[in-house]
Design a protein around this ligand. Structure first.
Ligand SMILES: [Zn+2]
Length: 293
């Protein structure tokens, strides 16, 4: 795998500590779901019997903030934890959760974490040395494609649908609330971040098509605000489809790789004017261009 670029995260002003997660801003999103907004958003699914947290936050101190909030929302209940993917702000804070926290992760994500051999962690440490000084990914109970949790009056279906932002992207569907936690796989008004080895837009689109039939009412992304589920998924499909078709056409018209990137980026920007354009979206265009048809 080629070296991976870590996304830049909000700069912390020198001499000050900006909390990446602010539990005073926790919002209730649906009957059983709360979310601490931040970097990244942390969904908390509260049932009568048990609680599920999705993602650890960036390091153990972020995880402490989450643990305290869980204790406030659901005192004394057994705690399950899963991670949307292996990047440090989602998975490296296991040490900040109480002992007895049960960590669940699909094998494909765990294998990807092990294969990366700390490279992504090193990239994130450049800007977050302190937060990640005791990075702890935990020892998960592994599952293959799906794990269903009975939290009492609500269920959580934790599943792997295929490669997208990474190989091991993991989603969580809450059927009672018709809500889907998407990690980086579906964002709200933000273009996709291509990071996983050489996963291209075609594979990502295929993964979207696998879970789109769930037609969730609510989608909860990790780095953008929650929004209407069906719409966010179909917008993402439309974005990916436009990117693929226009890149193939540019190549057919004999445009160089760089010129194709420029042309398609401009066109996508015009079609999706409200979206934040992530610089790593260009890598998706390059991956389509490089592919032999
Ligand atoms: Zn990520």
């Amino acid at each position: 795998m080629p070296p991976l670029e870590a996304p830049t995260i909000p700069a912390v002003p020198a001499g000050k500590t900006v909390p990446l997660l602010d539990a005073s801003k926790t919002e209730k999103l649906s009957a059983h779901i709360w979310m601490i907004p931040g970097y990244p958003n942390i969904p908390i699914i509260v049932g009568k019997k048990a609680v599920l947290v999705v993602d650890t936050g960036l390091g153990n101190s972020a995880a402490h903030v989450i643990s305290e909030e869980v204790e406030r929302l659901a005192p004394g209940k057994p705690l399950y934890l899963t991670t949307t993917h292996f990047h440090p702000e989602h998975a490296a804070g296991f040490g900040g959760f109480p002992s007895g926290t049960k960590l669940l992760r699909p094998s494909v994500q765990e294998n990807e974490l092990n294969a990366d051999r700390g490279r992504m962690l090193e990239r994130f440490r450049i800007h977050n040395a302190e937060a990640l000084s005791q990075a702890d990914y935990g020892k998960p109970e592994l599952f293959k494609d799906e794990k269903i949790l009975d939290l009492g009056d609500v269920h959580a279906r934790i599943f792997w649908a295929g490669p997208a932002h990474t190989y091991g992207d993991t989603l969580v569907y809450i059927p009672e609330d018709r809500a889907l936690v998407t990690g980086d796989v579906v964002q709200n008004l933000a273009t996709p971040t291509f990071l996983g080895g050489d996963i291209g837009p075609e594979e990502w689109l295929h993964t979207l098509q696998i879970f789109a039939p769930l037609k969730p009412k609510l989608v909860i992304p990790d780095h953008s605000p929650p929004g209407p589920g069906e719409k966010l998924i179909s917008d993402e499909e439309a974005f990916m489809t436009a990117l693929i078709i226009e890149t193939r056409k540019a190549k057919k018209d004999d445009l160089s790789e760089d010129d194709s990137v420029e042309k398609v980026t401009t066109s996508l920007h015009a079609q999706f004017p409200d979206w934040i354009m992530n610089p790593l979206t260009k890598d998706g265009i390059r991956r389509v261009w490089k592919k032999k048809e």
